[in-house]
Ligand binder design. Structure first.
Ligand code: PEP
Ligand code: MN
Length: 339
């Protein structure tokens, strides 16, 4: 349910409302808008109607309305305005397009620092790099682990870019949180509810990637696991889904961008690298994504893609990345965004 407060409601009223909401067994999330404060109460209590009536009578409450969508806190019903949040020195969501760039995996100090310098110079706003890699085969490079986190942090600090990196397991969460500004939840873990709940309890911004066979409505409910635990700093990432098509690694679901933008206030990031699997297709799908309303791009950039330890074939060289950013800027400006 959504509890809309009167503009005259006091701090004390708000505290009492939250107290009652929790007493009835719901989780409370407060959103302070420009003119109004609202409280989202989520839970599956049998006596919901009765609770709504009781809450409606509390001082400072203007009205109480049910949220009809299955995804509650992520829905536009709960919050109509687009969300944005800080990640280090940048903001994800809002007018300016986020550019996440970097190698699939951190491979060495030289590799990550060279790439960090190149992507920063071209306009990236967040540096990416995997230290714990979810590889299809257990016999391929699994990432550098903590050493990779250290190198990514150092490279990010050197070029003054916040960093995003993937966590694979609840076990590694505290370690990854020590180093990173934003946590990536990969496609393979999109529906790992134990991991989602644990990350929901942390206060790190999250980049949640769509599972390769996760429908849009399921994806929104995956995000809801994070929101329901109190972490509202979540961006959703379309990265392609499995279809019958084999000419590309995945089928980038361009539809997902306007559909998600309609259904949720959370920022939407497009990953045309995993979405296509081939560097030649990355830029065109990046342009299409911005035109379709994405709030940002996540792309893989490598200085020597031919010897990359993972995903070299879908990685842009720095020069191509620069062209991609410059052309993306033209599209962003054409639709009233900034880059
Ligand atoms: C990645 O970002 O390198 C990655 C493994 O992505 P995904 O989880 O989308 O496959
Ligand atoms: Mn990758």
């Amino acid at each position: 349910m959504i509890i809309i407060l009167k503009s005259t409601a006091t701090k004390d009223d708000l505290e009492k409302i939250i107290e009652s909401v929790k007493e009835y067994g719901y989780k409370a999330e407060v959103v302070k808008g420009e003119s109004k404060t609202i409280v989202g109460a989520v839970g599956n209590q049998k006596e919901k109607q009765q609770h709504m009536n009781l809450i409606g009578q509390l001082p400072g409450v203007e009205s109480v309305v049910p949220i009809m969508q299955p995804h509650k806190l992520g829905s536009r019903e709960f919050k109509n305005d687009d969300s944005s949040f800080a990640v280090g020195n940048t903001t994800v969501g809002g007018e300016t397009i986020t550019i996440i760039a970097g190698p699939c995996s951190v491979e060495s100090e030289q590799q990550i620092s060279e790439i960090a310098e190149a992507v920063k110079a071209s306009g990236a706003t967040i540096l990416r790099g995997g230290a714990f890699k979810p590889r299809t085969s257990p016999y391929t490079f699994q990432g550098m682990g903590e050493e990779g986190l250290k190198l990514l942090r150092k490279a990010g600090d050197m070029v003054e870019l916040p960093i995003v990196t993937e966590v694979l397991d609840v076990e590694d969460l505290d370690l990854v949180c020590e180093y990173t500004d934003m946590i990536q939840i990969g496609a393979r873990n999109c529906q790992n509810y134990a991991l989602l709940k644990a990350i929901g309890k942390s206060n790190k911004p999250v980049l949640l990637k769509r599972g390769m066979s996760t429908s849009i409505n399921e994806f929104l409910l995956c995000a809801e696991y994070l929101l329901a635990e109190g972490n509202m700093n979540v961006a959703l990432c379309e990265r392609g889904i499995r279809t019958f098509e084999t000419a590309t690694r995945n089928t980038f679901d361009i539809n997902a961008i306007p559909v998600l933008k309609e259904k949720t206030h959370l920022p939407i990031i497009a990953d045309p690298a995993h979405g296509t699997g081939y560097w030649q297709y990355v830029s065109p799908i990046a342009y299409a994504s911005i035109a379709a309303g994405a709030d940002g791009l996540a792309v893989e950039v490598h200085n020597k893609p031919e010897i990359a330890l993972s995903d070299g074939g879908q990685s842009l060289k720095p020069k191509k990345f620069q062209i991609m950013v410059d052309k993306s800027r033209i599209i962003a400006e054409a639709i009233g965004r900034k880059l």
